[in-house]
Write a protein that binds this ligand. Structure first.
Ligand SMILES: Cc1ncc(C[n+]2csc(CCOP(=O)(O)OP(=O)(O)O)c2C)c(N)n1
Ligand SMILES: [Mg+2]
Length: 684
């Protein structure tokens, strides 16, 4: 769009009710048009992107950012800022325009011009950690909304603990797509149940999605739906600044979470594409942009925001400076210990000594009185020491508390009566749970851990993937981790899940073999500040293989020799979790046949495969025969046993029966392991 072309145009202002802007004489419409113009221009320049949503929600976003949102561009990490989540991540240009206009130093005009280019902070969808001011990575619809629920939970929880230094709102912009996704139901229901009254959702009610009119696929009354879930919900004209401001004003003092359905026109201002799916996800084209500029009365060249409009935006962003300063003062008046604790928590720093002492205590207790127990029980045993030592840990379960063993004796449940409770009954909502946990971790000040069955990691997977992508410390306790769960049968018996989880980059999958390894894996998961973990734990009892007081965290290596060979090993057996004990028994059977074997426990593939090559070689060693044992599919194991290694595990789904019968039936036994090794040695 050239300056020339636009300057010859007759300006046709859009008719709208406009309240006087509190920050300047510049009208809201002009400020909103700056967003629209930047979105059109950036998408056009990139030849890719989504102009429709930013253009449609520009008025709503302008009211929110200039009058309500509490933020300080100079300090994007201010702990008590309001959180803003663009759940409809495809509208990323809305967020980037807002960050530029409000003056986040990193978001320069040059960055806007480099929308969607390699190395630019203006990625196709907003990416947490990549762009200051982006609170969470969004794009997979529904996730942002569920993240926001977690942020609002963290806010209530920390406010209950630290008082007036935690007092902020969480705002979300969600689209039709966000609300059609199943995860939104889990998130909405949980938020309504917990009465998260500082959560405010602005629904971009434009009636359009990619395929066309929403009526092709959806006829839900969203206001009624939210109300049914315990929210306050209303409808406004999303292009009426007065109405939007009034609705947001009302939302400030709600005793329930708030949903405001903002009726908008997608691609607002585009002469031919407004109101149509064609404005959703492709550049408008030069002619349409020219027409939009005329219709909007925006006569400025591409990427040019006039000084008075930019100044009005920048001025509006100064609103919270006083609030920020007052907050800093308030923090200063906190009792010294409490203040230090708050700062530690917000920084995500562990109480290192307390953690080390808690783990040491667990290991000493186990050394003094070794016990056979399921690793899920070992987990609870470890948590009994960890929970008092790490006040930032918030546990939970998706309605399997008694099976997951994630709630210790002293933990109170979080409720509307007491947000300080550290155990969350998430309900049967695995996906919502995992996404809310991401939001809690993103909020900061808490370390969330979950509970469900490993087989239902599939229900959490999209959120786990995002935790890994964002590099956030969330910890999933996933019990009933194999055919070892027995009678519930193949629907509940994971076989491909370990491999599937190991396939996610930056996720650590731990499968401890006994109570001692369980404590060590917990320590490693907690210490991993920049990645999520899964702890795969058994339902069935396991022998305690690690005896004696061993201060070293052997699991930190990812794999280590748990039973040495007599002399040089002919066979090396690698196993995880419940199958390590089977491997140890197989070693004895082989010894009886005059074959020397060593056993390596592999509690964490990721840590092992990250180790320097020499360390890895030392653990793998050069035994003639390498055997892998895991009651799961082989995929991924070749990295350890080689493609010519022998694998004893599962090749298909399990079955319903007592677990000992299943291990025999599927041939995951010491005898089978020994036989496989002998056969490979040519001695069967
Ligand atoms: C989980 C998921 N499925 C599909 C998509 C691809 N996608 C992006 S936006 C969209 C729907 C667009 O409709 P809406 O959410 O109403 O956004 P609008 O077009 O109104 O901006 C889809 C299907 C996605 N981003 N995430
Ligand atoms: Mg839509």
């Amino acid at each position: 769009m050239s300056a020339n072309a636009s300057s010859t145009v007759t300006v046709t202002p859009i008719e709208r009710r406009e309240p006087p802007s509190p920050s300047s004489a510049v009208a809201d419409a002009a400020m909103a048009n700056a967003i629209r113009a930047l979105a059109m221009d950036a998408v056009e320049q990139a030849k890719s992107g989504h102009p429709g949503m930013p253009m449609g929600m520009a008025d709503v976003a302008t009211v929110l950012f200039t009058r309500f949102l509490k933020f300080d561009p100079a300090d994007p990490a201010w702990p008590d800022r309001d959180r803003f989540v663009l759940s409809a991540g495809h509208g990323s240009m809305l967020l980037y325009a807002l960050l530029y206009l409000t003056g986040y130093p990193a978001m320069t005009l040059d960055a806007i011009k480099r929308f969607r280019q390699l190395g630019s902070i203006t990625a196709g969808h907003p990416e947490y950690g990549h762009t200051p001011g982006v609170e969470t990575t969004t794009g997979p619809l529904g996730q942002g909304l569920a993240n926001a629920v977690g942020m609002a939970i963290a806010e209530r929880h920390l406010a209950a603990e630290f008082g007036a230094v935690v007092d902020h709102k969480t705002y979300v912009i969600a689209s039709d797509g966000d609300l059609m996704e199943g995860i939104s139901q889990e998130a909405i229901a949980l938020a309504g149940h917990l009465k998260l009254n500082k959560l405010i959702v602005l629904f971009d009610d434009n009636g359009i999605s990619i395929d066309g009119a929403l009526s092709l696929a959806d006829s839900v009354d969203q206001v009624k739906r939210f109300e049914a879930a315990g929210w306050t919900a209303s409808r406004v004209d999303g292009h009426d600044a007065v109405a939007i401001a009034a609705a947001l004003e009302k939302a400030q003092t709600s005793d329930k979470p708030v949903m405001i359905a903002c009726k908008t026109t997608i691609g607002f201002g585009a002469p031919n594409k407004a109101g149509k799916a064609s404005s959703h996800g492709s550049p408008l084209g030069a002619d349409e942009i020219k027409g939009a500029r005329e219709k909007l009365g925006w006569s400025h060249p591409a990427f040019d925001v006039p000084a008075d409009i930019l100044a009005a935006w920048r001025k509006s962003a100064e609103r919270a400076k006083g609030t920020h300063a007052a907050w800093t003062k308030r923090l200063g008046t906190l009792d010294g210990d409490k203040r230090a604790e708050f700062e530690r928590r917000v920084a995500g720093e562990l109480p290192k000594q307390a953690l080390a002492a808690a783990v040491a205590k667990v290991k000493q207790q186990l050394a003094a009185a070794p016990k056979d127990m399921a690793t899920r029980v070992a987990c609870e045993f470890a948590l009994e020491s960890l929970i008092p030592a790490l006040p930032e840990m918030i546990g939970g379960s998706a309605d399997l508390t008694g099976s997951n063993n994630t709630r210790t004796k002293t933990m109170k449940a979080m409720s509307t009566a007491d947000y300080s409770g550290r155990f969350i009954h998430y309900g049967v909502r695995e996906h919502g749970m995992a996404a809310a946990m991401n939001g809690m971790a993103l909020h900061g000040g808490v370390i969330p851990y979950s509970g469900t069955f490993l087989v239902f990691s599939d229900y959490c997977r999209p959120a786990i993937r995002l935790a890994a992508l964002m590099g956030k410390r969330v910890i999933h306790v996933m019990t009933h981790d194999s055919i070892g769960l027995g009678e519930d049968g193949p629907t509940h018996q994971p076989v491909e899940h370990l491999a599937a989880l190991r396939a996610i980059p930056n996720l650590m999958v731990f499968r401890p073999c006994d109570s001692v390894e369980t404590a060590e894996c917990w320590q490693l998961a907690l210490e991993a500040t920049n990645r999520p973990s899964v702890l795969a734990l058994t339902r069935q009892n396991l022998p305690q293989l690690r005896q004696g007081d061993d201060a070293e965290n052997r699991c930190a290596a990812g794999a280590y020799e748990i039973a040495a060979a007599e002399g040089k090993a002919d066979v090396a057996i690698f196993a995880t979790g419940s199958e390590v004990a089977i491997a140890v028994e197989a070693k004895k059977l082989l010894a009886a046949r005059g074959i020397s074997a060593r056993v390596v426990s592999v509690p964490c593939f990721e840590l092992f495969l990250e180790a320097p090559e020499a360390a890895r070689r030392a653990v793998i060693d050069d035994a003639a025969v390498k055997v892998g044992v895991e009651a799961a599919v082989r995929q991924g194991w070749d990295a350890i046993i080689g493609s010519d290694g022998v694998f004893v595990g599962m090749t298909g789904f399990g079955a319903s029966a007592p677990y000992k019968d299943l291990y025999k039936h599927f041939g995951v036994t010491p005898e089978a392991v020994a036989a496989a090794a002998l056969s490979k040695l040519g001695k069967s």
